[in-house]
Design a protein around this ligand. Structure first.
Ligand code: ZN
Length: 609
């Protein structure tokens, strides 16, 4: 019985076609049937994913190659498994050593090692070609940046326009709006307030949309507005296929490169204001748009109430300057709460007209992590032992061939043999069987062999003791794997990689998984067959305001039981401080829920329904 698996992935061109992936799966399965094989698993990549990140199923297949799960992999064509030369060779190498077969149904043939060579060479050539190309482009960029050639502005850079001679000019109407933003900022308004003011005045960007506070911040920070072009801040690295920040010495600064929108004085005044407000990280950069948090959550959290993404915010605690990270709905951050009058009216300078924000909860990052960790430890704890065993097996397998004990024993026996022969030679010399010359030649020969062996034994002993070190390392790794914290982190990262989005509501969240992972290892309670998501209720655990509200309800209940209750008694009953209890009473009074009848210490509470 031949066991087969299928691996399916859509190429970038195919992705636009409808049902391309489903079609591929059906075709691959039909090939399996045609040959009378038994289908044991499907590896279906839901996203195109040319990067390692988007290819969970590829990784799973690559790992399963090491197991005795299947004999043949069925794919559409070779390019399904190729993303770069190195990975392709690693894959083929493992395929061959594990003696498995690869079948390509489009060409109707099995893969052979000759194919690997040819496609490998082709791929190397193609990669070399584009690497050269990218080098040339990078060099051209750098020369232009160093010599202060024309400033490259994105086509829609607000406030600027490109002239026929490739120079840059101001769009006066837009420049004036930017100047106004600088003036407001220098006057002490935060970017969020500036955004609100602009909205109220009906000022929009070139796309007809309001200016967001994040855009305003970036704009204010940009030295191009005082005429200075900063060039070469980033370059594209071909090998990692990423845009990478250049070191300071590689950045070129050209003053008076474009016409000034604002004066140096105004630019500096505005930026000083921003500096005052911003929270700096270690390297002195604004901590915006970065997520140095424990887990990569960016882009995954979505507001269930308005559909906008959640953003990560950082601020300092007043009491001890500790950094606090919170996640908040972006439409709340841009527009505030839906009822502007209720949302901290004493703190807001400017109110938004005609637009509604969002009332969803802000989430303390720590709390959110704790919720995720609980989910994961429930999901993965069962598999933990299995996973550790698997890892250890893999690691030790790669180390076994380093052990030279047997080889050393063999060499030592040879050494004894040589010593015996040498003694034998001396006997023959004494007996007069050998001439001095013959003895000398033979003796030298044996000595040479003996020294060579000695050297070999030393080498092997050293290597073997290294193996001992590695064994100790393995032990250490195993201990660390058993460490719950490490496991938690690994499994949450693992889980998040498979999570499409997390939709947040005030009392619960829904975690949506990508199609591929659901067929995988997790036995989730999927409450809706099609949705591939599961729901986590957390009550008011993430909702500070909600908790406060509930605590006040408890106070009302306490008063109902005992109208003569004092602040001290309330504090004792609900386990908070006296000032906390008094504050709750104060809020309830302000809300018109309760009233104190009497004066001083004498009197009682009345509940006003
Ligand atoms: Zn929202």
């Amino acid at each position: 019985m031949i066991r087969a698996v299928i691996y399916c992935r859509c190429s970038t061109e195919e992705e636009s076609q409808k049902n391309a992936l489903e079609k591929q799966v059906a075709e691959a399965e039909s090939s399996v049937r045609q040959y009378g094989w038994v289908l044991v698993d499907r590896y279906v990549e839901s996203r195109s994913g040319t990067t390692a990140k988007g290819r969970n199923e590829y990784k799973r297949l690559f790992n399963d190659l090491l197991t005795d799960k299947f004999d043949v992999i069925v794919i559409k064509s070779q390019d399904r498994l190729m993303r770069n030369t190195k990975d392709w060779y690693l894959f083929v190498d493992r395929l061959c050593t594990e003696q498995k077969k690869l079948y390509m149904y489009i060409e109707n043939k099995f893969y052979s090692t000759d194919d690997a060579l040819i496609t490998g060479i082709k791929a190397i050539l193609a990669e070399e070609y584009s690497r050269e190309l990218s080098k040339k482009i990078n060099n051209a960029h750098r020369n232009r940046q160093r010599d202060g050639g024309n400033v490259m502005l994105p086509g829609n850079a607000y406030g600027f326009k490109r002239m026929p001679d490739k120079s840059v000019a101001l769009v006066e109407k837009e420049a004036e709006i930017k100047r106004e933003m600088y003036r407001l900022c220098a006057a002490g308004y935060g970017t969020r307030t500036i955004s609100t003011i602009m909205r109220n005045r009906g000022i929009v960007n070139r796309d007809g949309k309001p200016f967001t506070s994040s855009y305003i911040l970036r704009m204010l920070r940009n030295p191009i507005n005082k005429g200075t072009a900063v060039m070469g801040k980033y370059h594209f690295d071909f090998d990692s296929k990423r845009t990478i920040k250049n070191p300071k010495e590689k950045i070129y600064i050209h003053e008076d490169k474009v016409p000034r929108t604002v004066s140096d004085e105004l630019w500096n005044a505005a930026n000083e204001q921003i500096d005052k407000r911003s929270v700096k990280t270690k390297d002195g950069e604004d901590d915006i748009g970065k997520n140095p948090g424990k887990y990569q959550l960016s882009g995954k959290i979505v507001c269930g109430m308005c559909g906008q993404p959640y953003w990560r915010k950082v601020h300092r605690k007043h009491s001890n300057h500790e950094l606090i990270y919170t996640w908040a709905c972006s439409s709340y951050l841009e527009l505030g709460r839906s009822d502007n009058l209720r949302a901290r009216p004493n703190l807001r300078k400017v109110f938004l007209e005609n637009e509604k924000g969002c009332d969803n909860i802000n989430i303390a990052e720590n709390e959110f992590y704790a919720v995720l960790e609980e989910i994961c430890s429930n999901q993965y704890q069962k598999n933990k032992k299995k996973i550790i065993e698997k890892i250890m097996k893999l690691l030790s397998k790669s180390l076994n061939n380093q052990d030279g004990t047997k080889e050393i024993e063999k060499l030592e026996r040879e050494q004894e043999d040589i010593e015996r022969k040498m003694k034998f030679l001396v006997d023959k010399l004494i007996d007069g069987v050998l001439t001095d010359q013959m003895y000398k030649t033979k003796q030298e020969e044996l000595e040479k062999k003996r020294d060579q062996n000695k050297k070999k034994i030393l080498e092997l002993t050293e290597r073997t003791s290294n193996t001992q070190n590695i064994k100790d390392r393995l032990q250490e790794i195993e201990t660390r794997l058993n460490d719950d914290d490490l496991f938690k982190k690994a499994t949450i990262d693992d889980m998040l990689e498979e999570v499409d989005k997390i939709v947040v509501y005030p009392r619960y969240m829904e975690i949506y998984f990508s199609l591929s992972s659901v067929t995988g290892c997790m036995d989730l309670k999927i409450f809706d067959g099609d949705k591939k998501c599961f729901r986590v209720d957390y009550g008011n655990r993430l909702d500070y305001k909600g908790r406060q509200c509930d605590a006040r309800e408890v106070v009302v209940d306490l008063i109902r039981e005992n109208p003569r209750i004092t602040g001290k008694m309330i504090a004792k009953e609900i386990g908070c401080s006296l000032s906390g209890a008094n504050y709750k009473l104060k809020v309830l009074k302000k809300e018109g829920r309760i009233r104190f009848n009497g004066a001083g210490g004498k009197g009682c509470w009345e509940i006003l329904e």
